[in-house]
Design a protein around this ligand. Structure first.
Ligand code: LCS
Length: 390
């Protein structure tokens, strides 16, 4: 049964076709690898695509489907697919959009493993890539060649928190018929909806805010029906990085509180960003300027999200000493969890990026990335403040 479209807070909880399994409020976990057919002919019809129905969990599963339908509604796309990790989602999409000799145009900064994947694709398959600041349409156009088959961006960029104007990128890429893929991990559809800005495909590491509890590794993709069907029947099915039903269930649970958590992550992070900015040991703070209405962040983001990056005076040693002095803030990669997490990108998430590239991307040795959690903002600040006060 199709439901009338509701506001996003409601869709977090109800989005997608209504499913009634014996009145169960929580989605049942279909913890099964395969599905039996009532006859050989039925099996044949399902494999031929002539009949709806499940076959084998790598090709689809009701719990996973409930999640895929929900994320499609939330992003305002036609279809969603779930993957075993954010990287499984990123690699499936990039493989789907490229072949040997093609070129990928990227934001000037990407998660370290995405950078690693691009390097591997270049070395093994001659699928090249280049980076652009993408501050103007002209800057995007300049690097689109007749070999460019995909524009791939993060905004805000991990870990520098620089914001890219989605409308500028979508407009320039459209002129050349090149699809724009947006890794929307840092924002989630609650804070930013790239498809509404003219972009074509959205990716998530659902490991982060969508799960929200630091207990799942997962990825999601949303796009138009034609592309997503192709992705499902080829890169997802045949490479096989699918999500387990239990992990899909955890994500459905996480989604129910996503909007509430994102509001608190954002308000806590804004407090911490402001306090950091006025501390004498802090040289620079990077946090999306959503308070400037007429800026890319102000136009496309509902709020700034939970990640703050900053540079301390000094270098790597001072940054590491500061991190080691924290008390309850945990030293860990990942982000989007209830716990505040801190990490040093140059030696952790982005250590695989060569030093000269890190410099071009703005990942200095003094850059620190904080994923502001859901604890009391005062407690978070006190921990940071005492670690800075030496
Ligand atoms: N995209 C972005 C923007 C990410 O931050 C990450 C992981 C991924 C994709 C990959 O997702 P995964 O396969 O881990 O689900 N980012 C991490 C980070 O910044 N720290 O640890 C992981």
């Amino acid at each position: 049964m199709k439901r009338e479209k509701k506001q996003i807070e409601t869709e977090m909880i109800h989005g997608g076709p209504e499913r009634n399994y014996e009145g169960s409020l929580a989605a049942p976990i279909f913890q099964t690898s395969t599905f039996s057919f009532s006859s050989a002919a039925e099996g044949e019809r399902r494999f031929a695509g002539e009949e709806e129905g499940y076959i084998y969990t790598r090709l689809g599963n009701p719990t996973v489907r409930a999640l895929e339908d929900r994320i499609a509604v939330l992003e305002g796309g036609e279809k969603g697919l779930a993957f075993a990790s954010g990287m499984a989602a990123v690699s499936a999409v990039l493989i789907a959009l490229t072949k040997t000799g093609d070129h990928i145009l990227c934001s000037n900064g990407l998660y370290g493993c995405t950078f690693g994947l691009l390097t591997m694709m270049e070395e093994k398959y001659d699928i090249t890539h280049s980076f652009s600041h993408m501050r103007t349409e002209e800057e995007v156009r300049e690097q689109i060649t007749d070999r460019t088959t995909c524009v791939f961006i993060e905004t805000p960029i991990n870990p520098t928190m620089r914001v890219i104007d989605l409308e500028i990128v979508a407009k320039a890429a459209k002129e050349y018929g090149v699809p724009v893929v947006v890794d929307n991990t840092f924002c989630t559809p609650y804070l930013q909806r790239p498809l509404e800005k003219g972009c074509d495909i959205v990716i998530h590491s659902a490991t982060k805010y969508i799960s929200g509890h630091g207990d799942v590794i997962a990825g999601l993709v949303v796009g138009d029906e034609e592309f997503m069907n192709r992705l499902r029947m080829s890169e997802q099915k045949d490479i096989g990085g699918v999500l387990s039903p239990f992990d899909a269930w955890l994500l459905l649970r996480g989604l129910k509180t996503l909007h509430v958590r994102m509001d608190r992550h954002s308000s806590n992070a804004q407090v911490i960003a402001d306090k950091l900015a006025s501390h004498p040991r802090v040289e620079r703070v990077y946090y999306p300027g959503v308070r400037e209405i007429d800026s890319p962040a102000g136009r496309q983001m509902r709020n700034g999200g939970g990640v703050v990056a900053f540079e301390l005076s000094g270098g790597k040693r001072e940054a590491q000493n500061f991190i080691d002095r924290l008390s309850f803030i945990r030293i860990a990669v990942s982000l989007g969890d209830a716990e505040t997490l801190i990490q040093h990108p140059a030696s952790m998430t982005h250590a695989v990026v060569p030093a000269h590239k890190r410099e071009e991307m703005g990942i200095t040795d003094s850059l620190i990335r904080l994923s502001v959690g859901l604890e009391a903002a005062d407690d978070i600040w006190h921990d940071i403040y005492q670690a800075l006060s030496v």
